[in-house]
Design a protein around this ligand. Structure first.
Ligand code: XMP
Length: 509
């Protein structure tokens, strides 16, 4: 594995992605991870990320200098290079001209780190400081007009530095440089594949849980489904899955979970029909945050009661993903610079008394999807859009009634069907229908109607923190609208939401 030391860079995750793309396993860790711990983890190489600070400032983030004594190859990027050079005797200072953006870089040594890179190549720079002198210990490997020391290697140690950012797409040959570091310097063979991950996870899970039983909550979403599928592969008969039907699910969702896990995976699946409980708790409630609170609380009660029916359960599995781990600054990681107060992070409270297993905590979302496919989950589950915990309750504006939910479900499934048929489902990050508490006048035959409005929402986003509305083709919208108005009782108007986030949110409540 490779360890990526995060010095507060916005690009640490991108570096991780690029390393994984070379089929090399990596983890982001705190910049001050002690050398002793690094030695235990025995990585094949270390990458220092960039960062916003100046290495010569008093409180600038440092690394444990003993790391350089371990003999493990180090590649410093931007701040990381400056830190490595300063620690090993070089001099860093503020440049008279800051350098941002594209720069032409001339390669001075075309072996090792720069093997197969053009003699003159475009790189992406973003720095105010730079390494100004490297004494006799380092050799320059590349230069730009404003940065004579744009890349270095140490004469006697396996320590390298890049002033530019090889991880961004604006450095077209950056992936070659990274691959050279991984292959030529660290000796990584690029054998990390999903299959390797599966085998290693199975070993880890078996060692961790022994003969105890593990409860796995299913939500109908990808992450929990993949978690369950992995657990079932590893320790099949010890797993008990709980699926709470809260009556706020989409059309066919509960059937899909049953079919997949009960019929195909032969899992011990506990489906709790709690529709009435949720709906009666939500009666008369119109405030969105109040709805969320009630749903969260009832969910915990229902889940807890069901879990008590499972004897010897010691562990609870959760589908925490890598970005959640990084952003909440958890465990061995912890740049914590950008803490996401995201609704999806959270889940069940500690008081349930279980030990947590999180077998997906090293994976990115697209890796989770690949894993799901390898584990044999159906495409419809693997490619499912995220769905909020409170479900249709936050898409049925105002008070929730079974009738309104039925209307919304029907409109939603028509819209999703049109997206699927046209190939647009996978091209949008999230898409759904919303039932508005607005009646408007329409005309049907000779009579006037006074019926409900459905809003359609489809967005493009990578991280769900910001989003843009999807430019769906007009004829797709037209088909969805006609089908909804003709088939969904009580709806005479369909509108399309063209707001971006911010200032709007993805959900309507
Ligand atoms: P917003 O509406 O805040 O949504 O732009 C961003 C993402 O979060 C999802 N979301 C939720 N997920 N519980 C959840 O588990 C919630 O209460 C909740 N509210 C919004 C939303 O679907 C989108 O993916």
């Amino acid at each position: 594995r490779i360890l990526i030391f995060d010095f507060g860079s916005q690009y640490a995750q991108l570096i991780a992605r690029r390393v994984r793309e070379q089929n090399v396993f990596c983890q982001i860790v705190r910049h001050d991870l002690p050398a002793k711990r690094v030695a235990e983890l025995a990585p094949k190489g270390i990458i220092f990320s960039g960062g916003p600070s100046s290495v010569y400032e008093p409180n600038a983030p440092q690394c444990d200098p003993a790391i350089f004594e371990l003999g493990i190859p180090v590649l410093g990027i931007c701040y990381g290079m400056q830190l490595a050079c300063q620690t090993l005797g070089g001099k860093v200072g503020r440049n008279h001209a800051r350098e941002y953006g594209r720069a032409d870089c001339r390669v001075l040594e075309s072996t090792g780190l720069f093997e197969n890179v053009d003699a003159s190549t475009v790189v992406w720079m973003s720095h105010g400081d730079q390494v100004q002198a490297i004494e006799g210990d380092f050799l320059p490997l590349a230069e730009t007009d404003t940065c004579p020391i744009a890349a270095v290697r140490h004469r006697t140690r396996p320590v390298y530095g890049l002033q530019f950012h090889p991880e961004v797409s604006h450095t077209p040959q950056g992936s070659i440089v990274l691959r050279n570091f991984l292959r030529n310097v660290c000796g990584c063979q690029g054998l990390w594949k999903m299959q390797t991950f599966i085998e290693r996870s199975i070993e880890d899970l078996k060692t961790r849980v022994g003969t105890s039983r593990v409860i796995c909550g299913l939500s109908g979403g990808v992450d929990s489904a993949v978690t369950a599928a992995l657990l079932l592969r590893a320790i099949g008969h010890q797993v008990a899955c709980i699926f709470v039907d809260n009556g706020l699910l989409r059309e066919g969702e509960s059937d899909l979970v049953r079919k997949t896990f009960r019929d195909w995976f032969r899992a011990d699946l506990h489906v709790v029909d709690a529709k009435d409980r949720f709906l009666s708790a939500l009666k008369g409630v119109t405030d969105p945050q109040q709805k969320r609170k009630i749903i969260g609380k009832v969910f915990i009660d229902v889940f807890k009661a069901e879990a008590q029916h499972i004897p010897d359960a010691r562990f609870l599995a959760q589908g925490t993903l890598y970005p959640d781990v990084i952003e909440s600054g958890g465990a061995a990681d912890g740049p914590a610079a950008t803490i996401k107060t995201h609704h999806n992070v959270g889940g069940l409270p500690k008081e349930l008394g279980f030990e947590l297993v999180e077998p997906l905590r090293d994976l990115f979302k697209d890796e989770v999807r690949r894993l799901g496919t390898e584990l044999g989950l159906p495409e419809s589950l693997v490619w499912r859009h995220p769905f909020p915990g409170p479900g249709l309750a936050v898409r049925c504006l105002g008070e929730i009634t079974p009738e309104k939910l039925a209307t919304l479900r029907h409109a939603d499934v028509i819209f999703l069907d049109e997206l699927e048929r046209s190939g647009w489902y996978r091209r949008t990050a999230q898409a759904f229908a919303v039932l508005l508490p607005v009646q408007s006048v329409g005309v049907m035959g000779d009579g006037r109607t006074y019926e409900d409005t459905i809003a359609l929402r489809a967005v493009q986003t990578d991280d769900f923190m910001t989003a843009d509305w999807s430019r769906l083709p007009e004829d797709l919208l037209a088909r969805a609208s006609t089908r909804i108005i003709n088939n969904v009782k009580g709806v005479n108007r369909v509108v399309y939401d063209i707001s971006s986030k911010p200032p709007a949110t993805i959900e309507w409540e």
